[in-house]
Design a protein around this ligand. Structure first.
Ligand code: AMP
Length: 469
């Protein structure tokens, strides 16, 4: 981004005040950042001061810079070792997935470009020799997924005895993926005398216990509590029979103004199947999941970042932590296994201040998960459309029926023959989440959306209109 007087003022007001050194400020300017994000404002000072930090923040909040910038500054301040002693790994960053590790590596490259520090990234699924060579050349910062790191440690290629700063990113995801034993082995090989930073999108008990063991007197920082993080995302739910989902999605994609759509399925097989179904409907689509080779994944990601990208169908593990800007729509094709994952998923859109749209296709068997999601996010998902063929959809038995659902003007409008009008624009749900429950006006609009968004024959629509949650 070109530097304008205004951006200069922004920098003076934020990153400079954070006492970052000029070589880092220059890199930040070149990235086009104007003001520090809340997690950066909170985390950078204690990290610079040498404290351990326990951070609760999602990808998309700027957390990578929040730990990378002060880490780089501390490494530079600590001085480079004399050349003949060679470089030792002074910072180790552990991340759950290859994609996230690669992204963290990118961030270190960008923020550290004027520091003279070297970094490399290692992860599984690709040959180890180039990684071993990079480490043997000497790096200051190593970004790694736990499995490959342990492998290389066991083969004697990696020593961690000079690590000064240990960073665990997306700690909850690493536990979800079963890395706990690897993590314990790795942390045991890092000197006790160190600075430890742990970031996690959620703070379950297990993470707190690990933090108690691995961190010393940490400063706790937290941004966007889960209940409100979705404020900027227009969310809605379509009730639909399982077998009708591909058709509903195809119609949605055709009729909505989508530019970059990320669709979540629960399984790898489901992702492949959906790609085929979308292709049959005439869409370009690509899958990203754990069975794809690393190069195939990178290729798909690269395509997705281009203008006019294919629809990207992803499993949770493959997609979590991906830093893809400008995702216009997130589709929960299958509901996730836990409500927290829903929050992660929709966080792929509405990045860095942008607004986004997230829709959920919910079949009969998925309603209890929908309830759990609504409990966690403390908001009712507006109904944007649905398949009336499921009969009575009282999925919120304990909730009041939505007022004005049948007799709103929007209800009669929904009978307009043009199919394109059947999909209502999802109602913005920010006020509902901020307030902790849906306001009457919000419910009114959701009711309208529900009737507006009917899907099927007019007979079905009639039944749909009496749908209560
Ligand atoms: P992260 O949460 O680290 O994955 O960052 C999400 C996105 O925000 C990345 O694309 C960063 O480049 C971007 N970002 C980080 N810090 C800032 C900032 N202060 N201003 C604008 N964008 C930022």
């Amino acid at each position: 981004m070109k530097e304008t007087p205004r951006s200069r003022v922004g920098l003076v007001m934020s990153f400079v005040e954070l006492e970052l050194s000029e070589n880092l400020l220059r890199a930040v300017r070149e990235e086009g950042y104007e003001i520090a994000t809340p997690i950066q404002l909170q985390a950078i000072p204690p990290i610079l001061a040498g404290s351990d930090v326990l951070g609760c923040a999602q990808t998309g909040t700027g957390k990578t810079a929040a730990f990378a910038l002060p880490t780089l500054q501390r490494l530079v301040a600590g001085g480079q070792p004399p050349r003949q002693r060679g470089r030792a790994i002074r910072t180790l960053i552990l991340a759950p997935t290859r994609e996230l590790a690669a992204q963290i590596g990118e961030s270190f490259r960008a923020y550290g470009r004027f520091t003279g520090l070297k970094h490399t990234v290692i992860f599984g699924g690709v040959g180890q020799m180039p990684q071993v060579r990079a480490i043997q050349h000497g790096v200051d910062v190593l970004v790694a997924t736990p499995g490959r790191l342990l492998d290389l440690m066991n083969q004697g290629f990696v020593r961690l005895d000079k690590v000064e700063i240990l960073i665990l990113d997306e700690a909850d995801q690493m536990l979800d993926m079963g890395f706990i034993h690897d993590l314990r082995r790795i942390v045991a090989r890092v000197p006790r005398e160190r600075q430890t930073l742990m970031f996690s999108a959620t703070m379950p008990e297990e993470i707190r216990r690990l933090a108690d063991q691995w961190l010393s007197n940490p400063v706790e920082v937290r941004v966007t509590p889960q209940a409100t993080m979705a404020d900027r995302i227009a969310q809605s739910v379509y009730f639909v029979e399982k077998k009708a989902k591909p058709q509903l999605l195809a119609r949605y994609l055709r009729e909505e103004n989508v530019t970059r759509t990320l669709v979540f399925t629960r399984t790898k097989h489901g992702a492949d199947k959906l790609v085929r179904a979308l292709e049959e409907h005439g869409f370009r689509a690509a899958a990203i999941h754990g069975n794809k080779s690393q190069s195939a994944r990178q290729q798909v990601l690269a395509q997705f970042k281009l203008p006019n990208p294919p629809v990207l169908v992803a499993t949770d593990i493959a997609a979590r932590g991906l830093d893809i800007d400008s995702v216009s729509h997130v589709v929960n094709y299958d509901l996730p296994l836990t409500p927290e994952i829903y929050v992660h998923r929709i966080g792929r859109t509405a990045r860095a201040g942008a607004e986004g749209i997230a829709i959920t296709l919910c079949d009969r068997d998925e309603r209890s998960m929908l309830r759990e999601i609504e409990r966690l996010t403390r908001q009712r998902l507006p109904i944007a459309g649905g398949d009336a063929s499921q009969g009575d959809h009282t999925h919120h038995e304990s909730h009041q029926p939505r007022p004005h659902q049948v007799h709103t003007p929007a209800a009669s409008e929904s009978r307009r023959p043009r199919f394109g009008k059947r999909f209502a624009k999802p109602a913005r749900s920010g006020s509902a989440s901020a307030g902790g429950s849906a306001s009457p006006s919000n419910r009114g609009s959701t009711g309208a959306a529900g009737t507006h968004g009917g899907f099927g024959s007019s007979a079905k629509k009639h039944r749909f209109r009496s749908y209560q949650r």
